[in-house]
Design a protein around this ligand. Structure first.
Ligand code: EPZ
Length: 423
């Protein structure tokens, strides 16, 4: 449905007002996977309405779980898991389906799935996931792109060191280790806040985990996990995206339901550009840009707590209007500048070569027809179109709807002239 639609934006209006931040996409997806391990009914609150979440629910149903959504709450009944395979079309629909591998293997001792194809961000290898699971006793065969993973003697704890702090690999290892025999020590683990969210949920279900959020996580396997209720953490990337919209248009926002302690890396960059952020208690953040934008120091994307790769594209849109030269180094993904040619169509001055992009600030952007090629690049196009003079049209909403819950309604509420129309 949504790839036959487009957004029509009449730019030049300030983004200002109050917004409540949606639940985190990159937490609710691994939480839905973790529910496979629970013998009974898991209740997850604050789940955003996203196409990736719908796809995850279809995977759960395919496994024999009952998945029911009521507003922001998703209830997953995994009392009986009757299958251990993920259909190819669902693996292709959502690359992060790979994070079901650890939970299906932990629950059933078996898992068959197709290699999650490369995606809009370049190759997306899963070597770190597979080598860790092998260390835990998994037997893995791969034929014609189908992975067949089994643990005939069950999974056992292991001492694992990741060569790169991969978020997905850390999550799969957590999910496989919580009901494995013995203790797993995971070194060079990802430290993203979403890892803590998954660990907190699993601990509520009876898992024994310590060190989540640090580089070393200890997991002591337990017999079973028990039903619990949990509320998904706020989406720091969606929050950061809306701050970029306010920064690009010279507006101001009062965000509710956000955890500013998870947002410091990109908040400090926005502040170096002339914005101001004031964190109040109870998850409120006041943010404004009253002065002209100036180029920030070099932005190098890094694993958490460094600058998040998912904010690279939206903040690049802000730098297109900042006085001076901005330099980006994308160290996480090898193809994450696909929004650059689209921003140039708006009049931005950007040169991207390999992992480096250089932005020369311009006085103004002017509306154009744009196409999103991936989720956060699509958000960058919206950010820039809001600041451009005149009308812009953006297609490729199937990408944007994967990660932003009702983005046009959220922005309209903050003063944007934006509407979704059928093509
Ligand atoms: C998660 O992806 C997020 N997705 C991404 O968000 C996010 O950009 C990324 O972490 C980094 O923070 C979800 O949580 C669903 P990685 P993931 O494994 O787990 C390489 C968004 O826009 N790598 O940390 O896939 C990999 O190729 C999405 O919301 C290996 O080489 O990220 C990449 O270059 C995009 N081998 C780098 O590590 C492996 O086995 C980071 O990947 C695994 C990863």
């Amino acid at each position: 449905m949504n790839n036959s639609q487009k957004l029509v934006i009449s730019g030049g209006r300030k983004i200002e007002g109050e917004l409540t931040v949606q639940g985190a996409k990159n937490s609710v997806l691994p939480l839905l996977s973790a529910a496979v391990l629970v013998h009974g009914e898991s209740v997850l609150h604050n789940c955003p309405q996203l196409t990736d979440v719908d796809a995850a629910c279809r995977i759960l149903s395919g496994l024999g779980c009952r998945c029911v959504r009521s507003g922001g709450t998703i209830t997953v009944n995994a009392s009986s898991v009757s299958r251990s395979d993920i259909p190819d079309e669902l693996m292709r629909e959502m690359r992060s389906s790979i994070m079901f591998l650890g939970s299906i293997l932990g629950r059933t001792g078996r898992c068959r799935l197709s290699f999650p194809g490369g995606c809009e961000l370049g190759a997306r290898p899963i070597d770190l996931h597979l080598s860790a699971l092998k260390q835990m006793g998994a037997v893995i065969t791969e034929e014609h792109g189908i992975l067949d993973v089994s643990a005939p003697q069950g999974l056992k704890g292991a001492r694992i060191t990741l060569s790169f702090p991969s978020v997905g690999a850390t999550e799969n290892i957590l999910l496989a280790a919580v009901t494995a025999r013995g203790t797993t020590e995971l070194h060079n683990a990802a430290r993203e806040p979403e890892i803590c969210d998954i660990a907190d949920f699993l601990i509520k279900c009876g898992a024994r985990i310590s060190g989540a959020g640090s580089g070393v996580i200890y997991i002591e396997g337990v017999e079973r996990l028990y039903p619990s209720e949990y509320s998904v953490m706020p989406d720091r990337i969606a929050a950061g995206t809306y701050l970029c919209c306010a920064a690009a248009t010279g507006g101001e926002l009062l965000l509710s339901g956000c955890r500013t302690e998870n947002m410091t890396a990109f908040l400090s960059v926005l502040e170096s550009m002339g914005c101001r952020g004031y964190a109040y208690g109870g998850g409120k953040l006041y943010f404004s840009r009253k002065r002209k934008l100036i180029a920030p120091p070099t932005i190098r994307t890094m694993p958490y707590p460094g600058f998040p790769t998912d904010i690279q594209a939206p903040i690049m849109s802000v730098t297109t209007l900042a006085e001076g030269t901005s330099v980006f180094v994308e160290t996480i993904f090898d193809n994450r500048y696909r929004h650059v040619p689209e921003l140039v169509r708006l009049g931005a001055s950007i040169k991207a070569e390999g992992r480096v992009a250089v932005v020369e600030g311009v006085k103004r952007l002017t509306g154009a027809k744009l196409c999103a090629h991936e989720l956060r690049g699509g958000a960058a196009l919206i950010t820039a179109a809001l600041a451009a003079e005149g009308i812009s049209e953006i297609t490729g909403l199937n990408y944007i709807d994967r990660g932003y819950d009702g983005i046009e309604a959220v922005l309209r509420q903050a003063g944007a002239d934006i509407k979704r129309v059928n093509v």
